[in-house]
Design a protein around this ligand. Structure first.
Ligand code: FES
Length: 106
């Protein structure tokens, strides 16, 4: 499945990510520098913050309470479509998912 990353300057990168991997893993393996992922995907750091496209947020499974709490501590402003990329597992149904990258993670 492909996930499309939109950088703060508008550039887009469409990246193929394996089913079962997280959006964070796909991003870091392909050099998406806006995703820091300091905790390595353990839902502890909130430096893998992304904004899911408004019209696509309903495609994701709802977030856990822990993710919700962490999103209150993001460096860039939290928005209604904010998610942690390490908590989004790629599935075939998510092909074409578009996420915007915040301008800072710390
Ligand atoms: Fe740390 Fe996602 S990588 S919360």
């Amino acid at each position: 499945p492909q996930v499309i990353f939109v950088h703060p300057d508008g550039r887009q990168d469409a990246i193929e990510i394996a089913v079962g991997a997280s959006v964070m893993q796909g991003a870091t393996q392909h050099g998406i520098e806006e995703i820091l992922a300091e905790c390595g995907g353990n839902a502890m750091c909130a430096t893998c913050h992304v904004y899911v496209d408004d019209e696509q947020i309903g495609r994701l499974v709802p977030m856990s309470e822990n993710e919700d709490a962490l999103l209150d501590g993001t460096a860039a402003e939290r928005q209604p479509t904010s998610r942690l990329a390490c908590q989004i597992e790629v599935t075939p149904a998510l092909d074409g998912l578009l996420v915007r990258l915040p301008d800072r993670q710390t």
